[in-house]
Every structure is written in structure tokens, then in C-alpha cells.
Write a protein of this length. Structure first.
Length: 134
């Protein structure tokens, strides 16, 4: 549905799990237990803003501004780009039921009908699936 980019970079020392979001930039970065930092930029304008097409340098600069003191090993950075249909599938067939009436309950933005491919769709589908299980 859109372009997206992911940044993966090693950390010089272990850090606890955490995440930060650039509200103005609409991208986020996160750590998981261990020595890795990930960052995600979805949509063409955001991918361009972080400079992902040119490599990791500008994105790492933005991360250091947003998250000072993180022990980033800049030379280890890898940027992956998805230029078409990056993080969504086409909206489901309207004749397919995702109401939770069966033994398997599906959730995800791609099951959200008119809200497919949006965070709102992801949230609505999660609520629908939870109600279906209950």
C-alpha cells in the first residue's frame, strides 16, 4: 500500500527495551532486550524525511537528537526499503467474515474494511477480535 523503510543497527552495550517516536517526523525507533536498535518509517514522505534512500547517516543523526546517549554503532547500520505494498495487504473480500464466530479469529488492519491500511483499522480489528473471543 505504501513505501516503508526499516533501520537496524547494533548497540555498543546492552540496553533495556524501550521506544521513542518522532511525532513531528512520524517515525519511531525501538530497542529490544539486548544490543539492537530498530527504526521504522512508513509512507513515502517519511522515508524521504529520514533519508533512508541515501543510507543510514541522516536517520541516525535524527535518532541521536531524539534519543541522546544511546550507544549506537553507526558503522553497523543497515537500511531496508520496501517501495511497493510495504506493510499491508489488499483489503479483505467483503464477503469474508472476520466476526470471530469460528474457532479462529483474524485481526489486523487488513481485516478492517473501510479502515484497512490504517492504525485505526488495526485498533478496530483488535477490539472486534477481542469481543469475538469473549
Amino acid at each position: 500500500m505504501s513505501t516503508a523503510a526499516k533501520l537496524a543497527v547494533s548497540l555498543a552495550a546492552p540496553v533495556s527495551s524501550d521506544a521513542v517516536m518522532s511525532v513531528a517526523g512520524r517515525w519511531w525507533a525501538y530497542t529490544t532486550r539486548g544490543r539492537t536498535l530498530g527504526a521504522w518509517a512508513g509512507a513515502g514522505p517519511v522515508v524521504d524525511l529520514v533519508g533512508a534512500r541515501e543510507g543510514a547517516t541522516h536517520w541516525l543523526d535524527l535518532i541521536e537528537e531524539l534519543w541522546p546517549g544511546l550507544p549506537v554503532e553507526r558503522d553497523s547500520a543497515v537500511v531496508t526499503l520496501w517501495d511497493e505494498r510495504a506493510y499491508s495487504v489488499l483489503p479483505h473480500d467483503p464477503d469474508t467474515s472476520f466476526d470471530g464466530s469460528g474457532r479462529i479469529v483474524f485481526a489486523g488492519e487488513h481485516t478492517a474494511g473501510d479502515c484497512a491500511a490504517t492504525m485505526e483499522g488495526a485498533l478496530r480489528s483488535g477490539e472486534r477480535a477481542a469481543h469475538g473471543i469473549v
